[in-house]
Design a protein around this ligand. Sequence first.
Ligand SMILES: *Cc1c(COP(=O)(O)O)cnc(C)c1O
Length: 401
Amino acid sequence: MSRKATTCLLIPPNFITFAPQNTGAMVPIQMVDLKRQYAHIKEEVDLAIQQILNDAAFINGKPVESFSQNLSAYLGVKQVIPCANGTDALQIAMMALDLQPGDEVITPSFTYIATTEVIALLRLKPVFVDVDPETYCIDPQAIRNAITPRTKAIVPVHLYGQSADMEAIMQIAEAHGLYVIEDNAQAIGATIRFSDGTVHKTGTIGHIGCTSFFPSKNLGCYGDGGALCTQDDALASKIRMIANHGQSKRYYHDVVGCNSRLDTIQAAVLDIKLQKLDQYNEARRKAASVYSSAFAHHPKIKTPVVAKNNTHVFHQYTLQLNGVDRDGLVDYLAAQGIPAMIYYPVPAHRQKMFSFLHLPEVELPITDQLTEKVVSLPIHTELDQEQLEFITHHVLKFVNH
Ligand SMILES: *Cc1c(COP(=O)(O)O)cnc(C)c1O
């Protein structure tokens, strides 16, 4: 018998028959499928954009005000101030709270770089703390341990789409007179229920909430965009001023600010997509539940944990692998046409960017473990059953091999 024939016999025939196959009919799998999402709202979006082209009101056109009001109603927050992107939102928040060089800001290291970058940009001092091993969001006890007389603010990140423990965080902040800036770039639409029974949308609990409308976010535009929100009218005026060159009235500039606007076309797209946000988040949750049933109780796979008072909007669907060759899995999936990503391979406290600050060494064991073990699977509003089965089949095939 030739070597080739022997190899063929090693493939179980029933596997070939029953395994989900990409027959060519299946829609190619994207990490985020913005093309197919657009196809459902094309008429409405095209019309809105055409209107803006006709009016040539590219900056501060009507849709900017309309979207801001609709978002404020959706979130149940008094003030929404749109801006150019989520990173600017975080920077403007820290400027508006008058944080001064050297002030300490407590933040997770396990996050997208924007959260921590703006702290250093403003010459504030990032104090990196560890995350909760279940939710991957900032650990309240780690915050308590990191507080010093120079601590001025806490920046929790609602990572992957669920709220950090905001009830505990607000209690700590009140006890120590600290500001809380929520990084809500990944969790718009998520809620948390406090022990008094009140339900809050993420981004509306701290002094300022910041979000991003980057195209792949749960509420994404077709370019860059972001927003801040707050329940405090005076703070909102200050934020508006800072986002607009520190201007109090035209050509009178009271403070140093920046130029950060949401343009009219992006606002119009967002106004349309905001009406579908709950539906979009529900579609993400459905996809996540298919994944989580397929991987349930697997000894090598930890599926996402939703904290008991939270709703999760699955900006990412992230597994933690134990005893699996993660790079091998990512390569294997790529070969099957399945994208998978590592969010995030290098935590902030190990980024060269911060070396100029000469920060004291910190030990963040959970963060370090996660950067080595997490992998995120495709998650978006357009995933169908066939794609989900194809993905789960191949993940399990590799993990079990
Ligand atoms: C996307 C993101 C940001 C930054 O938003 P941009 O609009 O890209 O500037 C900040 N923080 C987190 C956690 C994010 O995921």
